[in-house]
Design a protein around this ligand. Sequence first.
Ligand SMILES: Cc1cc2nc3c(=O)[nH]c(=O)nc-3n(C[C@H](O)[C@H](O)[C@H](O)COP(=O)(O)O)c2cc1C
Ligand code: SF4
Ligand code: SF4
Length: 299
Amino acid sequence: MLGAMCAGSVLSSCTGTKVNTEEPQEKYKRLIFFFSATGNSLYIAKELSGAEGTLKSIAQEIHNEHPVYEAEEIGIVCPIYCFIPPTIVQEFFARSTFKANYLFCVGTYGANSTIFPEYVAQMAKDKGLEMNYINTIKMVDTYLPFYDMELQKAEDKQIPENLAAIKDSVNSRENFIRPVSEQEKMFCEGYYRFSGRDRVKPTFTRSEKIVFSTDDCIGCGICNSVCPHGSWKIVNGKSVAEGDCENCLACVHNCPTKSISIIPTPPEPEEPNRNSRYRNPNVRVGEIILANSQVNFNA
Ligand SMILES: Cc1cc2nc3c(=O)[nH]c(=O)nc-3n(C[C@H](O)[C@H](O)[C@H](O)COP(=O)(O)O)c2cc1C
Ligand code: SF4
Ligand code: SF4
């Protein structure tokens, strides 16, 4: 056995809810949990899942009242937000019980992944688990306040080569945690100090504070369907943002008419990359909807 075995117990979730974690519902060979707003992480999760793997969406599994999972190998694939996993991923991880012989995590990012491997290793330690493999893969950076998607797409981030290496490592159950350099720690520390962001939930917010729909909205409801919190509602034929927000930008990137804009940070008069939008070319909007839609939970 390579590690990462956790006995059943009663855990407290980040929201304080007690969850029963004694017996798994099903046993799998390779089980991959993913969260994805624009498809990068879903693409990597699909590639790592292969023919025998099973994919589960964290935005759906977060509602599982019996979150006990058993598999030969369990993986988490998610974007990196402010150097750490999104809040929804952290909450899912904290409230779930994982029973596996091999536990791995791959974070997708666009510019700097810095402390992500250490942070995830610590998240696991906090639950009495040891990660076998943690790595990061550079892809298109979807953070619109900083990046133009056309420039991002044009950059060669060596995704096929890096993905092939990660696949080989996971398939051979390699034990490896990507080291974090002192320089990366300092960069991260400086960013948190400068931005004043919360260190556990740096991007979690309210949707009405970061996004709004314009007059071009056709009321199709896709923004709400791709939102992991279902934080959009149609008012007088137009979509209005209201509710919890991961800041994932799924609504902004996936709106078919580019009718959603990010509220600019003063002194910017408007969103810097207003017409720049992205979805991973290997992922359809329907897959993001299937993964993230909260329609059944909000009904
Ligand atoms: C709110 C937010 C914060 C982000 N923070 C970082 C970051 O700290 N470092 C980085 O390199 N990329 C960052 N990114 C870029 C994403 O991690 C990257 O584009 C990821 O592959 C998106 O995955 P997805 O397509 O599965 O949603 C951020 C993106 C968003 C939306
Ligand atoms: S996805 Fe865009 S067009 Fe459709 S309802 Fe939302 S804001 Fe309007
Ligand atoms: S409102 Fe938009 S940015 Fe916020 S969680 Fe929903 S989809 Fe993501």
